[in-house]
Design a protein around this ligand. Sequence first.
Ligand SMILES: [Zn+2]
Length: 88
Amino acid sequence: MVKKVSKKEAIEKIERFFSSSNFKNKTAKEIKKIKRFAMKNNIPLREKRKLFCKNCLRPFYESSIRIKNDFLTITCEYCEEKNRWRAV
Ligand SMILES: [Zn+2]
């Protein structure tokens, strides 16, 4: 039932998902699905992880981004989870 995809195809699918113009309208369910897809195909999301909340998996939308002590903090407006990354 599960179609085996090549790594190249998998990367393309993920790129398409995150660069689509309606990414902000993606649901947590869709993001969960693509995350699992990436994991299954051993594809690191890297920078793309900054596009959605690690707690509720919703795309960030007009969230407040703060940079403090070399850390980038995005507060999710849905669950108020603080997502932190080392600012590059
Ligand atoms: Zn959240």
